[in-house]
Write a protein that binds this ligand. Sequence first.
Ligand code: NAP
Length: 249
Amino acid sequence: MKTSGNTILITGSTSGIGLGLALRLQQAGNKVIISGRKKALLEQIRADHPELDAIEIDVADADSIVRASREAAERYPDLNVVINNAGVMPSERVLEADSLKRAEEAIAINLLGTIRMTYAFLPQLAGNNDSVIINVSSALAFVPFPAAMTYSATKAAVHSFTESLRVQLAQTNVRVVELAPPGVRTKLYGQGNDEHAMPLDEFLDEALALLHVQETPKEIVVERAQFLRRAEANGSYDQALEMLSAVEF
Ligand SMILES: NC(=O)c1ccc[n+]([C@@H]2O[C@H](COP(=O)([O-])OP(=O)(O)OC[C@H]3O[C@@H](n4cnc5c(N)ncnc54)[C@H](OP(=O)(O)O)[C@@H]3O)[C@@H](O)[C@H]2O)c1
């Protein structure tokens, strides 16, 4: 992927990894369009960072995605990178009925949102040069976290979808990248101050270095995520699952 001169749209970029990527990529010489479902928050971020553009997108809402793709085609004809980053990570107890609603919401946002965004924005990306779709999965795509079981399942599905998408687009000008973070200090599951999670700036340094290390990598997996990413291949899957099963959430 080009390091500068891209026009980049990032879903769920009102906080955490999405906002961090937005600011870093903008500073590197790209035009960056942040997006989110909270209009007031987008306006506040734009007031603090007028160099960023913004579009409202609720990725759980099919109409919102289609509307945003039309708006983007009009306002940003050079759009060539979409980062599907929006996500939620609810805790779940299968014996508690109210967990089901949270599980369904995680599927709508993390999985269906990524699929709908891909269908909606691909025509524009396919018509531009040097296009890239980056789907944010998780190290938990590779070994599930039982206390967030539907979340883990959505990320495994995002991994699988991204693998197939890369094959389907191999003969086009659109490259497909998977970003699989480890635990990073954001508000995703209340781990903002958790010492076991990676500091956001450290994660962004390593992830962006990997993004630009080759022309376009298939996967961006920082060192801390390698244990889970490689668990099955290394024969440590059972040990990793046992470790994750013991984590309170
Ligand atoms: N941090 C980690 O440990 C970690 C590890 C592995 C993978 N990831 C993945 O990284 C991505 C970013 O997460 P994060 O850690 O940066 O957490 P975060 O700070 O909570 O960011 C998630 C973003 O997604 C947005 N979002 C949620 N639902 C949305 C919707 N329906 N439409 C549009 N935007 C929506 C949130 O906005 P609202 O304020 O409106 O909710 C927020 O901007 C997620 O896909 C997550 O699964 C994170």
